[in-house]
Unconditional design. Structure first.
Length: 375
């Protein structure tokens, strides 16, 4: 217990002290995430918060985890280094989606083949139990890569990705603490401490973004935690068994996972690259409804907590029913947002004449002004 609390305190302290320095250095070196016609922010804001998150997380984990009894963790940190430096390069120089995907595959390979993190059973979902070896490996690769990208893509407004990452890692960390897996609990709470410190500077109006270096790290660690949670809680020797744990693990990550799968499906259906940018994410739909950054973050965080609690207390109904009920709930929310959203038109700070507005096809984004539709 002491090591868990120490990891939380250390990671928070390191990240809290590092992030203001990162903001100053980024300003001096002009390392900003510049606004464009697709992005929501209008100011020049640094996107290197992942450095502070990574620094606090790694230092606290290395100090507090007893590696003699947790040898697989060296591969988790190797994978974390891969996604962090890959994301850092993308934050500074921008790399192609293919290169990012290859890096994510390498990170997944490290935690699967070296770290022993693998989905070997569906534990009754759709009536499926043990999985064939090849299908098990492929499913685990798919799961890890989708979770990494889900946090990368949900990071679209101030505070959202870090808040959802904090909730997920905190829930998994609490389970591992109670189940007698202190190393995994330390891993989770080291991430929680860093994210809480980062959120102090990331809630709207944000002073810094986590960037790909931070969001992909959050996705990777939560992928390790959720797969380990499913395997541990359903094992015959589990000290704290949890029925329908695959469904509960899925619901903990429901919002980033389902939003990513939904957006990827829309892009593929439209014959576009699944990694091509657009404004179809759930936070975009909520912004179009007139909600603020903080309102969206708290609404989605509250929904995640309530759905997880409902799934836990209803776990006796089984994996299949819980998963489909969660998907139905998410889909209902998306449908409601589509039917109630208001159209948004982006215009320059110096308002142009109505005649010019009707004829202009593209206006540089400087300030976001909502014009109510007359239709």
């Amino acid at each position: 217990m002491f090591d868990v609390l120490l990891s939380l305190a250390l990671s928070f302290t390191v990240a809290y002290l590092a992030i203001p320095a990162i903001v100053v250095i980024a300003a001096n070196k002009k390392l900003f995430d510049l606004p464009d016609e697709r992005k929501i922010h209008q100011a020049h804001i640094p996107s290197l918060g992942g450095i502070g998150i990574f620094g606090g997380f790694v230092l606290a984990s290395l100090i507090c985890i007893q590696f003699a009894s947790a040898s697989e963790f060296q591969y988790f940190f190797a994978a974390a280094n891969v996604v962090f430096f890959l994301g850092l390069k993308d934050d500074i120089l921008i790399i192609s989606p293919i290169k990012k995907f290859v890096g994510q595959v390498i990170a997944a390979a490290l935690i699967i083949h070296k770290g022993g993190i693998q989905i070997s059973s569906m534990h009754g979902f759709l009536g499926i139990q043990e999985l064939p070896a090849m299908f098990s490996v492929l499913l685990t690769y798919f799961t890890v890569i989708v979770i990494i990208n889900s946090f990368n893509l949900i990071d679209g407004i101030d505070g959202l990705a870090a808040t959802l990452g904090t909730i997920a890692a905190g829930l998994f960390g609490f389970y591992f603490l109670k189940a007698g897996f202190p190393a995994y609990s330390i891993l989770a709470f080291s991430l929680v401490g860093s994210l809480v410190a980062f959120l102090i500077f990331n809630y709207h109006p944000a002073k810094i973004f986590m960037g790909d270096s931070g969001s992909m790290l959050v996705g990777l660690i939560n992928a390790v935690l959720v797969i380990k949670f499913i395997n541990v809680s359903q094992s015959a020797t589990a000290t704290l068994p949890v029925d329908a744990s695959p469904a509960i693990g899925f619901i903990v990550l429901l919002i980033p996972l389902m939003d990513t799968l939904r957006v990827f499906s829309i892009r593929i259906f439209k014959r576009r690259s699944p990694f091509s940018p657009d404004r179809n994410h759930i936070h975009h739909l909520m912004l179009d409804r007139g909600m603020s950054h903080n309102a969206i973050t708290f609404a989605l965080a509250g929904s995640s907590i309530m759905l997880t609690a409902a799934a836990y207390f209803s776990r006796q109904v089984g994996c299949t029913i819980l998963v489909f009920a969660a998907i139905a709930s998410f889909s209902s929310g998306i449908a409601l947002l589509y039917f109630t959203r208001r159209p948004r038109i982006y215009v320059a700070r110096k308002l142009i004449k109505e005649k010019q507005l009707r004829t202009a096809r593209l206006v540089p984004l400087v300030k976001d002004i909502i014009l109510e539709s007359k239709n």
